[in-house]
Design a binder for this molecule. Sequence first.
Ligand code: NAD
Ligand code: MG
Length: 372
Amino acid sequence: MQGMNMTRSIDARRTLTVALGERSYPIHIGPGLLGDPQWLRPHLAGRQVMIVTNETVAPLYLERLKAGLGDDLTVREVVLPDGEATKTLASVERIWDALLEAGFNRRCTLVALGGGVIGDMTGYAAASYQRGVAFVQVPTTLLSQVDSSVGGKTGVNHPRGKNMIGAFWQPRAVLIDTDTLSTLPRRELSAGLAEVIKYGLIRDVGFLTWLEDNMAALRGLDAAALAWAIERSCSLKAEIVAEDETEQGVRALLNLGHTFGHAIETHQGYGRWLHGEAVGTGMLLAAELSRRLGWLSDDEVARTREVLAAADLPLAAPADMSVDDFLSIMRLDKKNLDDRLRLILLRGLGDACIHDQTPPETLATLLEDFPR
Ligand code: NAD
Ligand code: MG
């Protein structure tokens, strides 16, 4: 029995490399990574380790992570409260305080154990502590595994705006233990799947087809299916990031569904719709608009809707959101240059583009017709 499990686990293990010259790093993906020293230890800069996690994740995975470190190291931890509201400079300050109290030097390593909130804050603490120290991401939500842990964006929110304070800072390694998804709330899993579907829609129709065929396995937490979906997502994001590390061009395609989605999140108040849920509905709006511009067929829009439905994502905009609500929020979007509304649309499935020529009346009719 033991042997069989081992074989199955090894089959589901994958490693890919984010190619960024001397800052290149590996992403290890698969079940059973957390408690196994061979994955984390090689990426430590020295013998001082600061684990940053939150009150939800700590009881689930902190001991397992520590077991994978060995007892010859100086290990400290910061356990922050849960939630986007804690993604503040004050939390980063708590991390700096803990590092200074422990007397940690420039050869310490920060380990982020949790979702994107923990990853973003820990990365920023690492970017700024003593002008930059090593950090390793151990993302435990599907969204953070396929999105926030790749690309090097770190930071915190400011009362005047989300992610307004931050830095680009690459991790030494990313360890994605797919076993951690077993405790993730189902809504959070679906929200992560929205970003996975996004990669297929923008860049890889073959992957989209694979997702259509394997959605049930993914939602059933099949380890091999998860490992493949995560690897494909990370490598599509890594390719885009390698082409455009600081977001001058092609990286904008990663925002498919995000302008519409951001309008939904803003209108509803952050937290009521999960980010991935809003992006899912946003991608359906983008697909439908692409059809109206003559780029997608009815069938292709139907495929988009069905794969989102299979991931259990919402397919209608909020009932209380008017066309004007959408338009007024979208006009303020930071992706707009000059006064043109810039949208990421689909020239085909797997072929996204940046478009700033949508006639205002086409957009208004789309929003009018879209189900609530
Ligand atoms: P999150 O970090 O808030 O995690 C979602 C919830 O799941 C939290 O309550 C968390 O405690 C809980 N959780 C985490 N792992 C769990 C597990 N294995 N089992 C049970 N519960 C678990 O949210 P998220 O969706 O992971 O990340 C969202 C954040 O990521 C946002 O702040 C966003 O700005 C950021 N983000 C950053 C980038 C980037 O490029 N840096 C990209 C996308 C998103
Ligand atoms: Mg997103």
